[in-house]
Write a protein that binds this ligand. Structure first.
Ligand code: PHE
Length: 371
């Protein structure tokens, strides 16, 4: 190898060895072996040499080229190894670190309470029925024996919707009792609401939880709240069945045998006789305790299904009787879980829910415990 070539090799070799990264090494490669690299240019100049020098010079240059290439390749493997080692060290996963917490959703106390109610009545042979939140006058009032223009329609302080093209004025249901009509009456609810085709032939036992709406707002009333409608139709059903069922429910719901209940006569157009049921409680000291004290809290209305309702629904009142009741779901939740202000329930504050909510993995059932 000529002197100049061995000098070039020394120079290239130290440039290669000095490259500290694959990017720097690539720059060296371009400088020496690229399209207009120094070795490449020398090779291009071979043609101008006299023929007798060309062969030896060509061989020497090719040897130089091969040597530089080999040096670069060796250096590249070296750098890759170092770079991989650095990445492995930097991206190392510490498997001993504690896992990041995944936020787990909470079950709203109202959903929990509805699940508990359904579990208890389900255990007694009831099945769930549902109806639309937007009702018509017929299901919410007329079929339930509210006379036209009777003030009983006003006591509910109804939210009415703007009348449609046909003049019909829909409303937000003021109670879950229209579910009774939807269950008992054989009618075509229309393809628009197939999910509410809940008709069942008697004998029947249904529980219908859902949202209801009234113009009302203070610590114990919100414009939207929840009820669970109960309906039992059979032959030879009497008031004793109603009282037993509701007493049994109260004991199971509050998970306390000492719950004391009281029936107070009341008026509903769709039951006769009608009553409201209260539970005994102690409300002194800003707390609610069930089964002691001298206070009473109303949790439901109920009674024997009025014969007019049965007739309207195509059932013979001489052949069938039944009872119905409407549970105040929010009241039950307040009592059982000791949350005093109903408005907090529907504020949508995630901190409140994190505190008062229930685990999504607890499935309430009367055998394993409800809450
Ligand atoms: N719908 C009544 C209310 O909202 C409660 C009720 C239901 C009463 C069923 C009797 C029978 O006040």
């Amino acid at each position: 190898m000529n002197d100049d070539i061995s000098n070039l090799l020394t120079e290239a070799t130290s440039a290669v060895d000095a490259a500290a990264s694959s990017a720097a090494l690539d720059a060296v490669r371009v400088e020496w072996l690229g399209k207009s690299g120094r070795v490449t240019e020398l090779l291009k100049g071979l043609g101008k040499l006299p023929a007798d020098q060309r062969k030896a010079r060509g061989a020497a240059l090719n040897e130089l080229k091969g040597a530089v290439e080999g040096r670069i390749q060796a250096r590249l493997e070296n750098i890759r190894g170092t770079e991989l080692g650095a990445r492995l060290a930097a991206e190392r996963v510490d498997v001993t670190l504690p896992a990041r917490p995944t936020p787990d959703g909470r079950i709203h106390p109202i959903s929990q309470t509805i699940d508990e109610i359904v579990a208890i009545f389900g255990d007694m042979g009831f099945s769930v029925a549902d109806g639309p939140d937007i009702e018509d006058d017929f299901h919410n009032f007329s079929a339930l024996n509210f006379p036209p223009r009777h003030p009983a329609r006003e006591i509910h302080d109804t939210f009415f919707l703007t009348p449609g093209a046909d003049g019909e004025r829909k409303l937000l249901r003021t109670h879950t009792s229209p579910i009774q009509i939807r269950v008992m009456r054989r009618e075509n609810a229309g393809a628009a609401a197939p999910q509410f085709q809940v008709h069942r032939d008697p004998p029947l036992r249904v529980i219908g939880p859902g949202r209801v709406y009234r113009r009302d707002s203070d610590a114990t009333h919100t414009p939207m709240f929840h009820q669970a409608e109960g309906l039992v139709i059979d032959r030879d059903i009497n008031l004793g069945h109603l009282k037993w069922t509701l007493d049994a429910f109260a004991r199971r719901f509050f998970e306390l045998d000492s719950v004391v209940t009281r029936f107070r006569p009341h008026y509903f157009p769709f039951t006769e006789p009608s009553a409201e049921m209260d539970v005994q409680c102690d409300r002194s000291g800003g707390q609610v305790k069930i089964g002691e004290g001298g206070d009473w809290l109303e949790i439901l209305g109920g009674g024997m299904v009025h014969p007019n309702i049965l007739s309207t629904c195509g059932l013979d009142p001489d052949a069938w009787q039944g009872f119905a009741f409407g549970l105040g779901v929010d009241r039950l939740a307040m009592l059982k879980y000791g949350m005093p202000d109903l408005r907090d329930y529907f504020d949508g504050d995630a901190r409140w829910l994190a505190h008062y909510g229930f685990s999504a993995f607890a499935d309430p059932n009367p055998a394993s415990g409800l809450s």
